[in-house]
Design a binder for this molecule. Structure first.
Ligand code: GTR
Length: 388
């Protein structure tokens, strides 16, 4: 049973959990340019419409993920070739990035399967919870990042912590990546914490491209909730990510904004003013004015597969709105000849659709990232890589 009432009690009185009260809405058309030209091919999408949509998201919501910096350095701080009882090779890598005489450092924790015969495909988690969840010593084991499960399945598993890129605090978020890009901080359309977290994921890709044990062409970017919002924006900007997984990301993640179900733009902007850019505040109470909706963020990742999830007790993240977001991205995948395997209506609880290009499940239980979720992500990646 969905505990909408108990959720409601902790949330603002205006939060809607009643499907009957979802407003009638019209989504902006993905396959029509700003000037009204219909997009009918992948080529036209990539040339005319995709850049426009990317720019609309940068301008109105997340800010850009800047690509320029002066220097990047990778140093192996610690390694253990016999971790997990000999099953994995642990690498703790310090990634240092320099721009305009400023430096920031990202700590990467990485386990690689020892029995791999070729470079390993990898999952990278943008960790928005405690650092103990990604313990390199494995004294602490967490369902949030079940490294042993990934290693057993033949995947490398990596993590970075959000605080290295942008501390998750409205008074502290600028003490990270934004130190390198002060012009972003001052701009209404500039990057904020979510984009900074995505930027960090791209620096890990830079590292992966130098590590012969990793197959940089088969890297899945993963995140939960606020981390899942960042994983989508990272994958939209950086086409080196082969797959994107967005777990319980909800508002300004995988869920449609116009449904105004559960968390709303005004609520998220008020509670977390440091996540999105200043322009986004214009849409507080005015989701209908957004030039985009979140199905277009998923479209930006096409033709690369996307997996979005929900949990039954997490109506705040709008399960139906997440499913509809994926459904409304199907036509962009169609341009690439990738036929969606999603059913017409959202599947029941614990009924994962793990066939690419668009995957979905609604797990029974709470807002969380669990072994159950990871096992589905592994099936999804297996399905995709085997078919390629
Ligand atoms: C909530 C926020 C959600 C989601 C979540 C989380 O408080 O309203 O959008 O990001 O935090 O990150 O767990």
């Amino acid at each position: 049973v969905i505990s909408a009432l108990s959720i409601k009690a902790q949330r603002p009185a205006t939060t809607n959990y009643d499907e009957a009260k979802v407003p009638v809405y019209t989504l902006p058309e993905v396959l029509k340019t700003g000037s009204g030209k219909a997009i009918k091919s992948a080529k036209a999408w990539e040339k005319l419409r995709r850049p426009e949509v990317l720019e609309l998201f940068a301008e109105n919501i997340y800010g850009p993920i800047p690509k320029d910096f002066d220097e990047i350095k990778f140093s192996l701080k610690n390694e253990d070739r016999n971790s997990m009882n000999g099953k994995a090779h642990l690498k703790e890598v310090l990634i240092e990035v320099f721009r305009n005489h400023k430096r920031i450092a990202i700590n990467l924790t990485l386990f690689i399967p020892n029995n791999a015969k070729s470079p390993s495909p990898a999952f990278l988690l943008i960790n928005n919870r405690g650092k103990e969840n990604t313990d390199p010593t494995r004294l602490v084991k967490s369902e949030f990042w079940p490294a042993e499960v990934l290693i057993e399945s033949g995947y490398a598993i990596a993590a970075i912590h959000v605080s290295d890129m942008a501390p998750d605090d409205k008074n502290e978020f600028m003490n990270g990546v934004l130190q390198l890009y002060p012009e972003q901080l001052n701009a209404n359309n500039g990057m904020r914490a979510i984009a900074a977290w995505g930027w960090g994921a791209s620096r890990v890709m830079d590292y992966f491209e130098t590590d012969p044990q990793i197959d940089a062409k088969r890297v899945a970017i993963t995140g939960h909730s606020r981390g899942g919002k960042a994983s989508l924006w990272a994958a939209a900007n950086d086409q080196r990510f082969a797959l994107c997984i967005s777990n319980c990301s909800g508002n300004t993640g995988a869920a449609l904004a116009r449904r105004q179900f559960g968390e709303r733009v005004k609520v998220i902007n008020t509670a977390f003013p440091h996540w999105f850019n200043t322009n986004y505040k214009k849409y507080n109470d005015h989701e209908e004015l957004l030039p985009v909706d979140q199905h277009m963020l998923i479209s930006l990742i096409a033709p690369r597969p996307v997996y979005a999830t929900n949990a039954s007790e997490d109506l705040w993240a709008d399960p139906k709105g997440t499913f509809l977001s994926l459904k409304n991205a199907e036509n962009v995948y169609g341009l690439y000849g990738k036929k969606s395997k999603l059913p017409e209506v959202a599947p029941g609880l614990n009924t994962p659709i793990t066939e690419p290009p668009l995957a979905y499940h609604n797990r029974e239980g709470k807002h969380d990232l669990r072994v159950y979720d990871w096992k589905q992500f592994i099936r999804f990646a297996d399905n995709y890589y085997r078919k390629k």
